[in-house]
Ligand binder design. Structure first.
Ligand code: PGA
Length: 251
């Protein structure tokens, strides 16, 4: 069975962006609404301080909004944290969970990431669950085993009934300008697809698998053409409207 999956291009602004960035968003909206209609769903995950503004401003041009992280609990004494429900209230439809920067800098384990993904689903959000190997793990031939373990630990059983998105982001490719070869991307995405199908059946066959890590206007077209690459999670190149638009247009 072949399933048609509408690709999704998500911009992860990380800790970049202020109200002034809404001008960049406006520019992107202009590009998206003047040219040919984009063939991908477009999501921007800005810092939480401007999430509501991005969601409101983006809605007129079909740009959807997402959070970059959420807490696993719905509310409580968690100073500085934001719940999935709060993100939804601010206009988010997606939330990134388990990004390698959070796994590394905030000690997030698979168990925590899975709980966050469950909380996101509970709040009506679509979690973008990130997995990826380090450079050392790839060099020692363990990339597929590491990614399989991250998927097993981080993707909740609820993915059988609810929409989740998986982002394969090799840690060594993030923000470095280096990317795996097309064959390496194809091999990993095929493996992820097989794991999702085995665990979730038809739902796993239609789950989006995004590629992330130094996706740029120059390499987007060839990466997005690889089988089982259903879009991208874009960091640096999502900050400039023109670059991000070029990536979206590569679909
Ligand atoms: P990058 O980041 O595109 O800047 O490599 C991707 C990500 O971290 O999601």
């Amino acid at each position: 069975m072949t399933t048609t999956i509408t690709p999704l291009i998500a911009g992860n602004w990380k800790m970049n962006g202020s109200r002034a960035s809404l001008e960049e968003l406006q520019q992107l909206a202009g590009l998206l609404t003047t040219g040919e209609a984009p063939k991908a769903m477009v999501v921007i995950c800005p810092p939480a301080t401007i999430l509501h503004a991005v969601a409101s401003q983006g809605s007129t041009s079909g740009i959807l909004a997402g959070g970059q992280d959420c807490h696993a609990s719905a509310s409580g004494a968690y100073t500085g944290d934001i719940s999935a429900g709060m993100l939804a209230d601010a206009g988010a439809q997606f939330v990134i969970v388990g990004h390698s920067e959070r796994r590394a800098a905030h000690g997030e384990t698979d168990q925590i990431v899975r709980a966050k993904a469950e909380a996101a689903i509970g709040a009506g959000l679509k979690p973008i669950i990130c997995v990826g190997e380090t450079g050392a793990e790839r060099d020692s031939g363990k990339a597929e085993a590491v990614v399989a373990a991250l998927l097993a630990g981080s993707v909740p059983d609820a993915a059988e009934l609810h929409e989740v998105i998986v982002a394969y982001e090799p840690v060594w490719a993030i923000g470095t300008g280096r990317t795996p070869t097309n064959d390496e991307i194809a091999q990993m995405h095929n493996r992820i697809r097989a794991i999702l199908v085995e665990r979730f059946g038809d739902k796993g066959a239609s789950t989006r698998i995004l590629y992330g890590g130094s996706m740029k206007p120059q390499n987007a077209r060839e990466i997005l053409n690889i089988e089982n690459v259903n879009g991208g999670l874009v960091g640096g190149a999502s900050l400039l409207a023109r670059d991000f638009y070029t990536i979206i247009s590569a679909v």
